[in-house]
Write a new protein. Structure first.
Length: 147
C-alpha cells in the first residue's frame, strides 16, 4: 500500500510542475543514474561506459531532446547567462581548468541545494558542493538551457 501511495504522490507532483521544471527534474534524475561512471579525458560521445565532463553533459541533455556542442567551451555559448544567485536545477556551470586560467575547460550541472553533478578525475560522475574552494575559485559563468 505504501508503494501505491508513493506513486500517487509522484503523479500529483508531476501535475503541478511546469513542463520546464519537469525537464529539469528529469535531467537531474538521469545524471544521478550515472554516479560512479569513470572519468576519461576525451571519452567518446555516444557511449556511456566512461565520460569526460562535456560528453557527460551532452549525453544527459541529448536524452532529454536537447542538442549541445561536444566541448565545454562551445557549450558555454548555449542558452542565457544567469548569476549564481539565479541558478536553477539543470543550469550549466562553467569553470577554468587547472592550467588554463583564462579559458573554459570544465562543465557541470547544477543539482540544487548548493550542489552540482559532474565528472572529474578519480571517482568519475559525482556530486560536489558549488562553494568548494577549488570550484568557487575557478567558476566563470552559468547558463540556462531549459527555460
Amino acid at each position: 500500500m505504501k508503494e501505491v501511495n508513493r506513486q500517487y504522490d509522484l503523479l500529483r507532483v508531476r501535475r503541478i510542475l511546469s513542463p520546464a521544471d519537469r525537464t529539469r527534474f528529469s535531467l537531474i534524475l538521469r545524471a544521478g543514474s550515472y554516479i560512479g561512471v569513470p572519468y576519461v579525458l576525451g571519452a567518446r560521445y555516444g557511449q556511456t561506459d566512461t565520460f569526460d565532463c562535456s560528453s557527460f553533459i551532452k549525453t544527459i541533455y541529448a536524452q532529454e531532446g536537447f542538442s549541445l556542442p561536444r566541448v565545454s567551451r562551445q557549450q558555454a555559448k548555449v542558452g542565457e547567462r544567469v548569476s549564481l544567485q539565479e541558478l536553477r536545477v539543470g543550469d550549466l556551470m562553467f569553470f577554468t581548468g587547472r592550467q588554463s586560467r583564462r579559458q573554459i575547460a570544465h562543465v557541470a550541472m547544477y543539482a540544487g541545494n548548493g550542489m552540482m553533478i559532474h565528472t572529474y578525475g578519480r571517482g568519475g560522475v559525482r556530486y560536489t558542493a558549488i562553494h568548494h574552494p577549488i570550484w568557487k575559485q575557478r567558476f566563470v559563468m552559468a547558463r540556462r538551457v531549459v527555460k
